[in-house]
Ligand binder design. Structure first.
Ligand code: FAD
Ligand code: UDP
Length: 422
């Protein structure tokens, strides 16, 4: 699937059956939309659309934008980047709302990573605002630090555990032996027992995923492990910061290269055959690309309810989760000014309501979905000149930094393949 070999380039869901190129004729031996191998060098003074593009990148989120940027700036490739939404930045998109408050349209996005490479890479396109995220869990109307830490346990049970050792011993006294940790329930109860599990994990997880933790991979709840110390930050990564002027500004700078053309409000299938290209980078849902050949891969969606309040501060933390009894219809409420540091006499918040069937946001990590994804992955691996990358296309519950790392790795592979072919 790597390299400059054009034979068999797929043109999308209909694999090679897409419409005609601009002049209505495909050159001999090529499919509509495919180009003959590039003959001229890169860095032309302007792009000739008649000459087509080296790459069609589908999706302007982290995966697509990182690849577009690298291909254009490091390899001199010409890139057409399209997104069916009316904006760049994918789910990380932020904008100023009607009140002038910077908000994240698709829910709170906090940048955190242990990868220096990823942080250095993104730092070319943004300055940062140091930010450590904190979350409170609502249990029976009282707010507790989340992830569960020593303070949480002391508050909840009226204890006075003073050291990590005491707290570890307490957790051990609550823990339930599990022979093999497979599910999220196993992951939690084997460390901290059923009471904390029921209060902080089970209801939240059931509402969010529509599944009990016993039906989800251990990796899901492992994202928020209990701690024996009093660290109340949500993440412990080495680099924790927010793009100083927001994500959208960062993406604008990534894509501000003369070799990159951006086409919004455009599903890639609408332009197949209109703009010829040699390779495709695809970052949409993998099952959709293959017309759901093996059935639909479950993706969880969310509805967002944005509100602006006429007060400077709305709630005591950036995010408040609804955990127990967990009967709110939403998972969590986020107040954006904590994240962005913006000063404003009003404040804007967002509620997240889980639902199935809307825009795909989360892959659902459980064994049967992994099996189904494996079938699609085989197809993807056998589709020459189309590269699948990102959270939806590789069906991975990845954070922004992981998607960035995945895209940088794919770029290295593409360049390696090019060097080998030379
Ligand atoms: P996306 O951002 O989904 O981009 C894919 C793009 O492809 C979309 O814009 C879509 O419109 C476009 N597309 C799809 N199909 C087509 C098509 N046929 N034609 C044209 N365009 C198409 N990560 C963190 O690191 N920290 C967080 O705090 C965090 N919070 C999150 C909160 C929520 C509510 C959600 C949903 C995710 C969160 N994430 C967070 C994860 C983060 O959003 C993803 O890791 C990242 O955005 C994935 O980037 P991507 O490019 O793979 O996908
Ligand atoms: N989780 C939970 N209670 C919480 C917070 C998280 O049970 O108060 C579980 C839940 O299953 C959630 C998962 O941990 O889906 C991962 O949480 P995270 O905050 O990383 O979710 P995301 O920000 O990706 O929605």
């Amino acid at each position: 699937m790597m390299g400059d070999d054009l034979a068999g380039t797929s043109t999308g869901g209909q694999n090679g059956t897409a419409g005609s190129p601009v002049n209505g004729r495909a050159p001999a031996g090529l499919r509509p939309g495919q180009l003959a191998p590039a003959s001229q060098g890169s860095h032309q003074p302007y792009l000739s659309l008649r000459a087509g593009f080296d790459y069609l990148v589908v999706g302007a989120g982290f995966a697509g934008s990182v690849l577009a940027e690298r291909l254009a700036s490091q390899a001199g490739k010409t890139v057409l980047l399209c997104d069916r939404r009316n904006h760049i930045a994918g789910n990380a998109y932020d904008h100023f709302d009607d009140a002038g408050v910077l908000v994240h349209r698709y829910g709170p996005h906090i940048f955190h990573t242990n990868s220096e490479r990823v942080f250095d890479y993104l730092s070319q396109f943004t300055a940062w605002r140091p930010y450590e995220h904190r979350v409170l869990a609502n249990v029976n109307g009282k707010l507790y630090p989340m992830p569960i830490n020593r303070t949480t346990v002391n508050m909840l049970y009226g204890l006075n555990l003073a050291t990590e050792e005491e707290c570890a011993a307490y957790f051990a006294s609550l823990a339930v032996p599990v022979a093999q940790v497979r599910t999220s329930e196993d992951a939690v109860v084997s460390k901290i027992g059923y009471d904390l599990y029921e209060k902080f994990i089970q209801r939240y997880t059931r509402r969010h995923w529509g599944l009990d933790p016993s039906e989800l991979d251990a990796s899901v709840a492992a994202r928020v492990p209990a701690r024996t110390n009093t660290d109340d930050r949500y993440f412990t990564d080495e680099f924790q910061a927010m793009p100083l002027h927001g994500y959208t500004r960062m993406f604008e700078r990534m894509l501000a290269h003369p070799n990159i053309k951006v086409l919004l409000n455009t599903d890639y299938r609408e332009i197949l055959g209109l703009f010829p290209f040699r390779h495709m980078i695809y970052t949409g849902p993998v099952d959709e690309y293959f017309d759901y050949r093996f059935g639909k891969l479950p993706y969880l969606s969310l509805d967002f309810k944005h509100e602006t309040h006429n007060v400077p501060v709305y709630q005591p933390a950036a995010v408040i989760n609804d955990n127990f009894p967990g009967d709110a219809p939403y998972d969590r409420v986020t107040e954006f000014k904590y994240l962005t540091g913006q000063e404003h006499h009003k404040t804007s918040i967002v509620y997240e309501f889980p639902r199935y069937g809307g825009d795909p946001y989360y892959p659902v990590p459980r064994p049967e979905n992994a099996d189904l994804y494996r079938q699609y992955k085989e197809l993807a691996d056998d589709t020459p000149n189309v590269h699948f990358v990102g959270r939806l296309a590789t069906y991975k519950y990845y954070n922004m930094d992981q998607v960035t790392a995945q895209a940088l790795t794919l770029f290295d592979q593409l360049m390696g393949a090019r060097a080998e072919a030379a």
